[in-house]
Design a protein around this ligand. Sequence first.
Ligand SMILES: CC(C)(COP(=O)(O)OP(=O)(O)OC[C@H]1O[C@@H](n2cnc3c(N)ncnc32)[C@H](O)[C@@H]1OP(=O)(O)O)[C@@H](O)C(=O)NCCC(=O)NCCS
Length: 179
Amino acid sequence: MEIKFKPIEEEDLEILKHWRNDPEIKVNCNEWRDLNMQDQWVWFDSLTKNINCQMWAIEIEDKKKYRFSMEKEPTIIGACGIVKINWKNLHGEVSIYIGDKNYQGLGLGAKTLSLMEKWAWEDAGLRKLLGFVWEGNEKAANMFKSTGYRKVGYFSKHIWKKGKWTDVIIYEKILGGAC
Ligand SMILES: CC(C)(COP(=O)(O)OP(=O)(O)OC[C@H]1O[C@@H](n2cnc3c(N)ncnc32)[C@H](O)[C@@H]1OP(=O)(O)O)[C@@H](O)C(=O)NCCC(=O)NCCS
């Protein structure tokens, strides 16, 4: 199953909101409040203004072939991006969620990461990507480990998750063999 990136459009905001408000996704993301469409509009507007952030919708071209339950399925399965890009020191942070759970655990998270790295290295000239994983998010930890990210440390009891203080594991990957 192959994926491609597309720019996020107005018509994607509703389904992205639905996924971001899913408790299983929200629990491992920075944004912890429920989002409404006003939040989505503010965020959508900020995408065009913020040069330190590049987001995409993740799309499966022939998704109809893999139709699961919804009658009129959107063609996107999640969103991803590189945020907090530091253009002086050439690094940024990975953001990723496969919102449609039918498509989780199929290797698409890892493929998404590779495509983002290609953009970061070949198009944007970045030299390093960082990943931050809330402790207990094994899928995300395995995704970073299996795609060559190095665990560089952790922030101790850094975030409040499910009623307890939780570590945040830090991963990094140097792109294109840069030194
Ligand atoms: C994290 C996420 C992006 C990973 O994408 P994915 O498509 O589900 O993951 P992949 O299928 O590419 O698998 C990546 C690795 O995790 C492993 N994995 C898959 N399902 C797993 C599970 N339930 N538990 C533990 N590891 C799992 C895979 O085996 C693979 O490791 P391997 O290559 O060593 O075998 C996706 O699960 C997701 O969107 N989760 C919710 C949001 C989130 O947590 N985002 C990340 C915040 S840092």
